[in-house]
Design a protein around this ligand. Structure first.
Ligand SMILES: [Fe+2]
Length: 180
């Protein structure tokens, strides 16, 4: 039987109960790739017929993690941002996302300004998942209709996060629903 959402959620619970750190998250990332290899899952939750929006597919009341489907119609380039004290795993369902991971060149002592340099650039293609650990800064760039599934350690709307204006270096607090 194909690897489905229920099985994936059960495996996330197992992995993150056993090890909420990087090893447990890496197991979740690998299983997200298994889930995205199931064409029926992709069609049902991320297919062209699925209405646009951000869908919470699952939230774990005990462990706090969320599984989200980002059903995009319009291309977008995000500013560099972190996921606060959480982590995030991005799994590409359709089309692609170009990722940049950023490093801070400054010492982080000024809460209002940051100087960034790109550390890693790559493309996530359908079926591929990338992981962004606590405090890592990344930006995303995707074309029309690119759809992805994200697993976050907690509901990101409830924690403080930052985004950085690349031109000015200004650091801004992110508001809820600037989810990615
Ligand atoms: Fe992100």
């Amino acid at each position: 039987m194909a690897y489905d959402l229920d099985q994936f959620i059960a495996d996330c619970r197992t992995h993150l109960s056993r090890d909420p750190g990087p090893a447990g998250r890496e197991a979740v990332r690998a299983d997200l790739e298994r889930l995205l290899a199931n064409p029926e899952f992709v069609r049902q939750h991320c297919g062209e017929d699925v209405p646009r929006g951000l869908k919470v597919l699952y939230e774990d009341k005990a462990l706090g993690f969320q599984v989200l489907a980002h059903i995009n119609d319009k291309a977008r380039v995000s500013p560099p941002h972190d996921h606060g004290a959480s982590w995030a795993i991005y799994g590409q369902a359709t089309h692609y996302t170009d990722m940049i991971e950023w490093e801070r060149e400054d010492d982080g002592s000024d809460p209002k300004h940051a100087r960034l340099k790109p550390a890693k650039k790559y493309r996530l293609n359908p079926g591929q998942a990338g992981i962004y650990q606590d405090g890592r800064i990344h930006s995303i760039d995707y074309p029309d209709y690119a759809r992805f599934v994200r697993v976050t350690g907690t509901n990101l709307d409830k924690i403080n996060r930052i985004r950085i204006d690349l031109k000015t270096g200004e650091v801004h607090q992110m508001t809820p629903q600037q989810a990615t």
